[in-house]
Design a protein around this ligand. Structure first.
Ligand code: DGL
Length: 259
């Protein structure tokens, strides 16, 4: 077996959120083997201090590399902002692909529009986000909307329950009728896109970083001769730091949910 081509791609998040990205990865690269790890025992990352997020995310990535991953996707905006640069510096020989809020396509689609960027507190605090807003914000009005508690609530499942809808109204209800686009800048949030749309009213466009991350992974694997040469459909495996049957059932359910 040629490890560079036939090894697996490790995909990590603080929990179930990264499964929204995993779905884009599988659809873009159906012949690859993916191993997903959700650090649900330590979620949410977005409300921890940066040194904790750095150490938690680095541990997961280091474990993938020790197990022979041919590439890693940090399917978490928060962990990408905090840890991607140092992990890439420590492992220049392995593609490490991150995710960032999809502000660029949103701003290109609505150059004079009002764009909400929903994300964790850590993501919206760090330089990476401010640089992104400076680079692509241009003439539009970019409104950062931190959503403390939302990722942790999504981790618990029950996405149709009224408390979750109420929580979302609390973050974005005041913008209803006055928004062109929403950037889902946390990988948990695509799972509640419909609930956010309900809170904001009709005509709002949504952007997330899943498809862009998948294209980026394809480009890196291609450039480095690491695309799988197998003809068969790849395997997708799930693991979690919260390793209970209920949690693993939740991961599989999120993998199947309509988005
Ligand atoms: N899913 C993560 C993100 O994209 C973070 C959620 C959390 O653990 O706070 O930012």
């Amino acid at each position: 077996m040629d490890e560079r081509r036939d090894g697996f791609v490790g995909v990590m998040d603080s929990g179930v959120g990264g499964i929204s990205v995993l779905r884009s990865l599988v659809s873009e690269l159906p012949h690859e083997d993916f191993r997903f790890f959700g650090d649900s025992a330590n979620a949410p990352y977005g409300e921890k201090d940066e040194s904790q997020v750095l150490s938690l995310a680095s541990n997961v990535v280091e474990r993938f590399l020790a197990d022979g991953a041919k590439a890693v996707v940090i399917a978490c905006n928060t962990a990408t902002s905090v840890a991607a640069a140092s992990l890439r510096a420590a492992h220049p020989d392995v593609p490490i692909v991150g995710i960032e809020p999809a502000l660029k396509p949103a701003a290109l689609a609505f150059p004079h529009g009002r764009i909400l960027v929903m994300a964790t507190e850590v993501t919206l605090r760090l330089d990476k986000y401010h640089e992104l807003a400076r680079a692509w914000g241009g003439e539009c009005e970019v409104v950062p909307v931190p959503c403390p508690g939302l990722a942790a609530r999504i981790e618990r499942g029950g996405l149709d329950e009224p408390d979750l809808q109420g929580m979302i109204e609390g973050y974005v209800g005041r913008y209803a009728g006055h928004v062109d686009a929403v950037v889902l800048g946390c990988t948990h949030y695509p799972f509640v896109r419909a609930q956010i749309a309900r809170a904001l009213g009709p005509g709002v466009r949504f952007f997330d970083g899943g498809a862009g991350t998948a294209r980026q992974l394809r480009a890196r694997l291609t450039a480095e001769g690491r695309l799988s040469g197998r003809g068969r459909t790849g395997r997708v495996e799930f693991a979690s730091s919260l390793d209970t049957p209920d949690e693993m059932a939740l991961y599989r359910r999120f993998f199947e949910l309509p988005l």
